[in-house]
Write a protein that binds this ligand. Structure first.
Ligand code: ASP
Ligand code: MG
Length: 408
C-alpha cells in the first residue's frame, strides 16, 4: 500500500465526463489498496474566463478580490469529483485550501506556501476516504484567501506530498511525460523514463513547459518523487527524482538528457565602450533597475582601450532594454548600439556531462557541419547553451538530437 498524491490539470477535469473519468482512475488506485489524495485545477479555460470578467469590473483588479474570485474555479471541480467518487461507492471528501488549511504568506496572486496542516487529511485517509483538495489556493494566518500563481496546482500537489511524506506525487496532464526535445520539432523525440530535478529545472526554464517550475524546486528541496504522466493514455510517464536514485551505470549512459530551446530571445550589443572598471555595472545596472532579466552576457577582449558588450533577454523586453541602453551609450560615449530580435537559444542538458569532456566539441562540430553560425555560448555544470539565428532552429535541434543519439 502506498500513499499517493495525484494532481489532475484543467483539461483532465475540463467537463463532467472527464471528471467522471478521473473518478474512475482514482477509484482504481483505491481498489488496488492505495491511499490517494487528489489535487485539482479548475476546468480548462475557467481561470482565464474569471480573469476577463474581473477586467470588466476594474481596470486593474484588486489583487485580494482577484484571489477570492479565482479560487472558485477549483472549488467547483473538487466538489464534483467527490460526488463522482461517492457515486462509485468510493468514499471521498473535498477540501478547499482554507479548510485544510494550507497557510501562505499574504502576497496575493503569487503567495508562497508556509505550512500545511496534514492532520485532517490523514484522519480522512485513515477512515478509508479519498481526500480531494483544491489546488492553487491557500489562506493567510489572518484568514484571507490567496492563490499561488498560474499553474500553481502543481505546487499544491508537491507541497501536500511533502507534508504527508507521500510515496509519490503524480502529475496527470495532457502530455505523457518529459521528452528529449519538443516532438513538434523532432518527431523521433523519446519520452524519458527518469530525469533528475536539476535537469528538469533546466529543461522547464528553457521552455519544456510541463510543470510549474516552482513545483520542481519544491520537490527537489523536500525530495518528493515526482512523476509526470498522461491522464488519457496509460504508461509510466517520466519520474523526476534525485541523482542518488540513478544507478551508477544509468548515470553513465545518457550524457545528454534533452535539448531545450527558446524562441523568445533577443540580443543587444553596445560597441566601443571604454574598457575600464565599472562599465559592466553602468551598462547592466539601469536594465536590472527596470526589472528586465538578462540571460547570457559576453564582454569581448578589449582593444585600443575600448571593448564591446553583448547580452540577451526575453524578446518582450528588448525594446525597453534598447531604449535604456541607448541612453547609457550616449552617456558613456559608445560607438554604436544594435539589437537583433531574430535569435534563438538552444541548450543541451544532462547531468552526465559533468564527468565528460567533448560534449561541447561534438555540439559545435554538429552545428558547423550544418553551416550554422554560433553567436554566443554559455555553460553550466549540466548545460551548454548556444545562441543562433532563428532560421536555423529546427535544423540545429534535429541534427543535435541525431548526433547525440537521443532517438535511440
Ligand atoms: N487554475 C489555475 C491556473 O490556470 C491553477 C492551475 O491550473 O494550476 O493557473
Ligand atoms: Mg498546469
Amino acid at each position: 500500500m502506498a500513499l499517493i498524491v495525484q494532481k489532475y490539470g484543467g483539461t483532465s477535469v475540463g467537463n463532467v465526463e472527464r471528471i467522471q473519468n478521473v473518478a474512475k482512475k482514482v477509484a482504481q488506485f483505491v481498489e488496488d489498496g492505495h491511499q490517494v489524495v487528489v489535487v485539482l485545477s479548475a476546468m480548462s479555460g475557467e481561470t482565464n474566463r474569471l480573469t476577463m470578467m474581473a477586467k470588466e469590473m476594474q481596470t486593474r483588479p484588486c489583487k485580494r478580490e482577484m484571489d477570492v474570485l479565482l479560487t472558485t474555479g477549483e472549488q467547483v471541480t473538487i466538489a464534483l469529483l467527490s460526488m463522482a467518487l461517492q457515486q462509485r461507492d468510493c468514499p471521498a471528501v473535498s477540501y478547499t485550501g482554507w479548510q485544510v488549511p494550507i497557510i501562505t504568506d499574504d502576497a496575493y496572486s503569487k503567495a508562497r506556501i508556509e505550512k500545511i496542516d496534514g492532520q485532517k487529511m490523514l484522519e480522512q485517509l485513515a477512515l478509508g476516504k479519498v481526500v480531494v483538495v483544491a489546488g492553487f489556493q491557500g489562506v493567510t494566518i489572518d484568514g484571507d484567501i490567496t492563490t499561488l500563481g498560474r499553474g500553481g496546482s502543481d505546487t499544491t500537489a508537491v507541497a501536500i506530498a511533502a507534508a504527508l511524506n507521500a510515496d509519490e506525487c503524480q502529475i496527470y496532464t495532457d502530455v505523457d511525460g518529459v521528452y528529449t526535445t519538443d516532438p513538434r520539432v523532432v518527431p523521433e523525440a523519446k519520452r524519458l523514463d527518469k530525469i533528475t530535478y536539476d535537469e528538469m529545472l533546466e529543461l522547464a526554464s528553457l521552455g519544456a513547459k510541463v510543470l510549474q517550475i516552482r513545483s520542481v524546486e519544491f520537490a527537489s528541496k523536500y525530495k518528493v518523487p515526482l512523476r509526470v504522466l498522461s491522464s488519457l493514455k496509460d504508461g509510466g510517464g517520466t519520474l523526476i527524482t534525485s541523482e542518488e536514485n540513478f544507478k551508477d551505470n544509468e548515470m553513465e549512459q545518457p550524457l545528454i538528457s534533452g535539448i531545450a530551446f527558446s524562441r523568445d530571445e533577443a540580443k543587444l550589443m553596445i560597441l566601443g565602450v571604454p574598457d575600464k572598471p565599472g562599465v559592466a555595472y553602468q551598462i547592466l545596472g539601469p536594465i536590472a533597475d527596470a526589472n528586465i532579466e538578462i540571460d547570457m552576457i559576453i564582454q569581448n577582449q578589449g582593444r585600443d582601450g575600448t571593448t564591446d558588450f553583448t547580452f540577451t533577454m526575453s524578446r518582450l523586453d528588448a525594446e525597453s532594454a534598447l531604449e535604456i541602453l541607448q541612453k547609457t551609450a550616449n552617456h558613456l560615449g559608445a560607438r554604436e548600439v544594435t539589437m537583433d530580435d531574430s535569435i534563438v537559444k538552444i541548450s543541451m542538458v544532462g547531468v552526465g556531462m559533468k564527468s565528460h569532456a567533448g560534449i561541447a566539441s561534438t555540439m559545435f562540430k554538429t552545428l558547423a557541419d550544418n553551416e550554422i553560425n554560433i553567436q554566443m555560448i554559455g555553460t553550466t555544470e549540466i548545460k551548454i547553451s548556444v545562441v543562433i539565428d532563428e532560421a536555423y532552429l529546427e535544423i540545429a535541434v534535429q541534427s543535435l538530437h541525431e548526433a547525440f543519439e537521443l532517438d535511440k
